[in-house]
Design a protein around this ligand. Sequence first.
Ligand code: IDP
Ligand code: MG
Length: 139
Amino acid sequence: MATNRTFTMIKPDAVANGSIGGILKMINEAGFRIVAMKYTKLSKEAAGSFYEVHKERPFYGELVEYMSSGPIVAAILEKENAVVDFRTLIGATDPTKAAEGTIRKIYAKSIAANAVHGSDSDENADIEGNFYFSKLERF
Ligand code: IDP
Ligand code: MG
């Protein structure tokens, strides 16, 4: 059953270059409500565990290094059809292939440093939100 919630991170490159405000503005203007939010930094171990599903992929080591390289903003977002609509808002993984007007098209530097994460299913949105937030941190 659809939960109408998704999970996002503003990744280290976007935080470092001052894009938190711009990205949150796009998220709000697209109709997402913030349920939970945290400014934090992943240890290598935590990044490795968050991206465990990708551990056989050739870029796993690079991804773990990058995601633990600086602070991030993690958030749970709510909207009807949240998972699918948020993937549309962020655009393709590779910013050179992302549609005009998407967050990655505007803010991402490369396929690795691609500004934002967005859950790919309701099930993963739930798992990823639980990775960062307790029930008491959701409003
Ligand atoms: P997604 O973030 O669009 O769902 P995934 O395939 O789930 O894309 O990959 C997770 C993350 O791994 C991407 O957002 C990106 O940061 C990184 N990544 C994906 N493909 C590559 C690659 O070919 N080289 C380096 N990093 C990659
Ligand atoms: Mg993914």
